[in-house]
Design a binder for this molecule. Structure first.
Ligand SMILES: Cc1cc2nc3c(=O)[nH]c(=O)nc-3n(C[C@H](O)[C@H](O)[C@H](O)COP(=O)(O)OP(=O)(O)OC[C@H]3O[C@@H](n4cnc5c(N)ncnc54)[C@H](O)[C@@H]3O)c2cc1C
Length: 401
């Protein structure tokens, strides 16, 4: 479909957050389908999500089946009625293919494929005192929208500081962030791979590398922490979230988010798998350990750790996550300049509807964490964010002109 020059609602990103919003919005007002444009460089729904799951060969989600984009919390369970073997125990964790197929049914039900345009957004500029926004696309085109929702995911790749201090030239593929590692393409027979990070992604990478014949050194800043979910499920019911919402100091909220997420963790079944590989001599766990320096020497890495240990390896993979910082996001530069708002350690202070103060821009995902809480970037957070944004998009009393 041809990209219009004007639209009522523009959603930037076509991942699970955007899909959750679209499903919630259309269930409330199906006629809004025609007033909506979705922009994503892939031109497809769920492309980035599926890409990461395939590249890391992740068999199932970490979150239970209740967390999915449909407004009906039972919808994925109902969809899985004849595919029960794709709900993994002990918490009904949906298989990757089951989840993807389910999301596709939502795309079909709400005829959403035709709403996605293949486009990379480069700039968002408030017009008419923030009542509408111009969205600049790579290639020079632009589109004007009355309301814009930013649902573009995880932020910038996070590289530890020692990476920028590497002075010896090295082949690029020898040091990668986890988002760039495609296990399917690799043969690692006889190689040693150093994986940095203590979250579930480092576990997936370790298992994948061993399956390809590598020996793995898994290095984490602290002891590997075992948890089924990355945030305590109490954040999904009232007790924790009521306390969070009652806290009106944004810095204190930021602290609560850090404490609740408490860094990366691995699931108990992944931990058991890693222990097996450790016993088989295929994985060595270096816990409470930090890299201070890496040098490419000939055809190998030489890595110095804080405790003085020297590790040698063929590749380094960084499972060090992503960094969210509104002040570093080029899409928010014009908005920040025209409508300066409070920023707490990179997170913007939004109104109750996740709207940027003074303009018709809404944020979903981790950037909305000061309002949504520690689950903001997860599927559960997508639902909470959608409830708030949909109200502001549909209730005349809340629409800002
Ligand atoms: C490997 C992995 C597994 C995860 N598993 C779970 C899980 O089981 N349960 C859970 O709750 N959470 C999970 N998460 C966390 C979170 O749910 C996911 O990161 C999820 O993909 C976030 O959805 P999103 O829509 O915000 O981002 P994304 O899926 O990243 O989608 C954002 C989209 O925006 C597009 N985009 C980015 N920049 C632009 C631009 N400038 N212009 C246009 N489009 C743009 C991207 O191309 C992408 O398609 C997982 C995360 C990872 C990395």
């Amino acid at each position: 479909m041809h990209l219009p020059t004007q639209t009522d609602i523009a959603i930037i990103g076509a991942g699970p957050h955007a899909l959750t919003l679209a499903a919630h919005l259309l269930r409330k007002r199906s006629q809004m389908q025609e007033k909506m444009v979705v922009l994503d460089p892939s031109g497809f729904w769920m492309h980035q999500w599926q890409r990461l799951f395939s590249m890391l060969e992740i068999s199932h989600l970490r979150s239970p089946a209740a967390h999915q984009p449909d407004p009906n919390p039972q919808a994925l369970h109902q969809f899985a009625k004849y595919r029960a073997s794709e709900l993994f125990s002990p918490h009904d964790l949906p298989g990757a293919k089951l989840f993807q197929d389910f999301c596709q049914t939502l795309v079909c039900r709400w005829q959403l494929q035709q709403r996605v345009h293949r486009a990379l957004v480069r700039q968002i500029t408030p017009l008419k005192r923030g009542s509408c926004l111009r969205i600049g696309l790579s290639g020079g085109k632009s589109i004007t929208a009355q309301r814009v929702v930013l649902a573009m995911g995880g932020g910038m790749l996070n590289f530890p500081t020692w990476v920028n201090k590497i002075t010896t030239p090295y082949p690029k593929y020898k040091l990668c962030h986890s988002n760039e590692v495609d296990l399917r393409q690799l043969r690692l027979q006889g190689e040693r791979v150093l994986i940095v990070g203590g979250g579930l992604t480092s576990g997936h990478l370790a298992v994948g590398a061993v399956a390809r014949g590598a020996q793995v050194l898994l290095l984490s800043r602290r002891r590997l922490m075992e948890k089924w979910f990355d945030t305590d499920p109490n954040w999904l019911n009232s007790s924790h979230s009521q306390k969070f919402v009652a806290e009106r100091d944004w810095e204190a909220r930021w602290e609560m988010i850090q404490q609740a997420r408490n860094g990366g963790s691995v699931t108990p079944d992944m931990m058991a798998h890693l222990r097996q590989l450790e016993q088989a001599g295929q994985v060595a766990l270096h816990q409470r350990c930090q890299v201070v320096k890496a040098e490419w020497r000939g055809d190998r890495w030489q890595v110095r750790c804080q405790d003085g240990a020297i590790l040698e390896c063929d590749r380094i993979w960084l499972a060090t996550g992503t960094k969210l910082d509104a002040t570093q996001n080029p899409l928010l530069a014009d908005v920040l300049e025209e409508f300066p708002t409070g920023i707490v350690n990179g997170l913007p202070v939004l109104d109750d509807h996740l709207r940027w103060q003074g303009c018709n821009l809404f944020l979903m995902g981790g950037l909305a964490a000061l309002q949504i809480g520690p689950t903001a970037c997860n599927l559960a957070g997508a639902r909470m964010a959608s409830d708030r944004i949909v109200n502001a998009l549909t209730k005349p009393s809340l629409v800002r002109s």
